[in-house]
Design a protein around this ligand. Sequence first.
Ligand code: SF4
Length: 375
Amino acid sequence: MNTVEKIKILGSGSKFDACSCTPAMRAEHGTKHIGDTLGCAITRSATPDGKPISLFKVLYSNVCSFDCTYCPNRTGCSKQKTTFEDTELAAAFMKLYIQNYVEGLFLSSGVMKDPDTTMEQMLRSVTLLRETYQYRGYIHLKIMPGTNRDLVKQAGELADRLSINVEAPSQDRLTDLSTIKNLKIDVIRRQRWMDSQHIRSGHSTQFVVGGAGESDWEILRMAHWEYKNVGLQKAYYSAFKPVESTPLAAKKHVPVTREVSLTRSDFLMRSYKYSLADIHGILDDDGMLPQGDPKFHIALNEFDRPVDLNDLSYEELLRIPGIGHISAMRILRLQKQHKIRSAKQLHTMGVVMKRARPFLKLNGHAQTALTRFAR
Ligand code: SF4
């Protein structure tokens, strides 16, 4: 099999791993057109500091000895299997990089013979990039569950960001998805090692949402624990989708709206310091988030009447839907000079009035009745 064919298979195999990515932006037209980008392996993403970046997102191998029930790379799965040579992957990446198709690398893999052998091969490719090709750009490297400490350390020295997938919020739930992975030993212990190493852009993880029948509450509680205890930089949420020829092929897909609600709630915890109790207050009896913006639902619990922005502190301003860090700073500045009196003033400061209006009082008047807004 030639390298282009491998890239197509292993690029497509990497789509189950999240890295703040949107689907490949450039359409796949075959290999005979100028500008073709092997679209299945090139993804628009963002670096940890928010800069947009095109990533060469690919698996080292789609051979896997593990048995995750949702995964097309699992052992015994009949799909076409292939593996890069270490030199082949490094050369292919550099070719795409020099031709300006990509600006960084996201490298994951199936667990071939065992985690250490797989990680060693991935690290050989990355070492070639850093030492032989003198590549200094962005690399996100996936750590195989169960990899030894020395290899995790080497990975942290070579990559800008590391990640290892938690997949499920507890050992019980993970056991439903894999008979091999041990959450505490294979995953969390590795996260603690990464945390102690202070990797340039930290480490991230991913949950398969709804794969094991868990609730949103279980997932968010686990993500919160990870932020507090193992230095997690960011969790990604990927709604379960059944894949042909896997044991979960007949299971119903999980709506993407669930993935979106989890991502928004996570963002509130990470960037706005919302507590688990805030999130818990809007869950239904099954521990599931409501449809729509969680900040709006929390605000409905919190504000029983419209408020005057002139009276609020920075932290209180951030609790109003439609007000973010930048607009809150601008409002504070204006508070000191003179009063906020009009919706137009707020709009020019970046407040999303459509979302904020039900919670506001301007010049002593409520802008709309809170009760008009159904949950
Ligand atoms: S470890 Fe599990 S999720 Fe990862 S490639 Fe193997 S079977 Fe798939």
